[in-house]
Design a protein around this ligand. Structure first.
Ligand SMILES: O=P(O)(O)O[C@H]1O[C@H](CO)[C@@H](O)[C@H]1O
Ligand SMILES: [Mn+2]
Ligand SMILES: [Mn+2]
Length: 405
């Protein structure tokens, strides 16, 4: 029986979607602009990387073809192979929102049909009643922040005051999120998680997608660093996902990285959560090796987004792509006859774009495996085509409203 390996490269978009203008993102292009910057020498960083974007394995599977089909422009500085060895295409998001849950749920066969709640005010972002609720239910002396912010910057700015006062740092972004940063020792990690659970119930009526714990360590003298203990408290997907269908049929499921959090731990099987892209691929390969027939392994690689997209770090993003590319042959070697692997993304996060938020983009879709034909997938009108197709591949029928390939 077939097995399926689905890898989401978090934020690796391949060109502005037709509706990107409604998100302030017309012209954004995560992969295209990284390739362009690298071709022009703006992707160089001493000791890290230099030169044109070098992704020989992903290009061999059809990534450059997918980018060009999405934007109508070739990737700068990249010679694309004449005949890709994978099935390549790109997906268009139908859900309203350029956030991680929307992208992942749609990939899993559950597009988001409702509108998320957002905290749109840049300052004093949280309604007064909500702040009062957080303070009361969390037994807190108050909160800091209460505005739109980039996570690393707001910790640098407010961590000392947080330690002095015991007030957690609460902030948001253009996404449907309420993030809480607190010091692992001074405030306490378990206490931060408990606070996030409390706040989760408070923001449920506001349809906020995620409450995110952002623990950090350090001191004013040595500086502060976010740790790997980030935890997302998401609302569950509103309808069946491919995970639900597989779990109901007692199929083996392994989820790696943020997947468990994103699906509110519903039908997420054995959850593995190492820190960092390389460790996640390694853990996924190990789990895949022991995954029985009919099994599904669903992986999210978050570093592209968190470490480089939101930080608007082009050389860092390019280096992370190149590091992943070097692991692709290991993924290919791990596929047996009957297996399929799909590499895709959940939204864009163009590191050359103004601001620090996600960008509304198409995503690449690369499918490969020993028995997979090399015909193009073309343009897919929903990310949900992935769940529909993997459902068929796994013998459980198409899942969700997508059209299978
Ligand atoms: O700046 P940081 O804290 O990384 O926040 C980012 O992470 C959040 C969740 O992905 C996004 O909404 C974005 O604001
Ligand atoms: Mn994401
Ligand atoms: Mn993000």
């Amino acid at each position: 029986m077939a097995r399926a390996l689905l890898i989401v490269l978090d934020s690796v978009g391949c060109g502005a979607a037709e509706d990107a203008g409604a998100y302030g993102d017309a012209g954004s292009d995560t992969l295209g602009h990284i390739a362009q910057a690298c071709a022009e020498g703006r992707g160089d960083r001493e000791g890290l990387r230099s030169g044109p974007l070098n992704l020989p394995n992903l290009f061999r599977l059809g990534l450059a073809h997918a980018c060009e089909a999405s934007t109508g422009r070739p990737l700068a500085g990249v010679a694309k192979p004449a005949q890709p060895q994978g099935r390549w295409g790109y997906g268009v998001e139908v859900s309203q929102g350029k956030d991680t849950p929307s992208g992942h749920w749609e990939i899993a066969g559950c597009p988001v049909s409702f509108r998320w709640g957002y905290f749109t005010a840049l300052e004093n972002s949280f309604p007064a009643e909500l702040v009062a609720g957080i303070v009361k239910e969390g037994s807190l002396p108050g909160i800091l922040g209460n505005r739109h912010a980039s996570g690393v910057a707001i910790i640098d700015e407010l961590a000392a005051e947080h330690i002095r006062t015991g007030k957690p740092i609460c902030y948001t972004s253009v996404d449907s999120v309420l993030q809480i940063a607190a010091h692992e020792e001074h405030f306490g990690l378990d206490r931060l998680y408990a606070l996030c659970r409390t706040v989760r119930t408070l923001v449920d009526p506001l349809r906020i997608g995620r409450v995110i714990a952002r623990p950090f360590t350090g001191s004013p003298e040595e500086g502060f660093t976010r740790t790997g203990n980030r935890k997302d408290f998401a609302i569950p997907p509103p309808q069946e996902t491919i995970l639900d269908r597989l779990a109901a049929l007692a199929r083996p499921i392994v989820t790696v990285g943020k997947i468990g959090d994103i699906f509110a731990h519903r039908a997420t099987g054995v959850e593995i959560k190492p820190f960092g892209n390389a460790a996640m691929v390694e853990a996924a390969l190990e789990a895949w090796d022991g995954l029985p027939d009919g099994g599904f392994c669903f992986v999210n690689l978050v570093d592209f987004d968190t470490e480089f997209g939101h930080r608007r770090d082009v050389p860092g993003y390019a280096a992370a792509l190149e590091a992943f590319d070097r692991l692709v042959p290991h993924l290919e070697a791990a596929l047996r006859p009957g297996d399929i692997a799909v590499i895709t993304a959940d939204h864009g996060n163009d590191p050359t774009w103004p601001g620090t938020d996600h960008t509304r983009e198409h995503v690449p879709i690369l499918a490969f495996g020993p028995g997979i034909p090399r015909t193009p997938l073309g343009r897919r009108e929903s990310f949900a085509d992935i769940a529909a197709s993997l459902g068929i591949w796994l013998g459980i029928g198409p899942v969700g409203p997508g059209r299978h390939w």
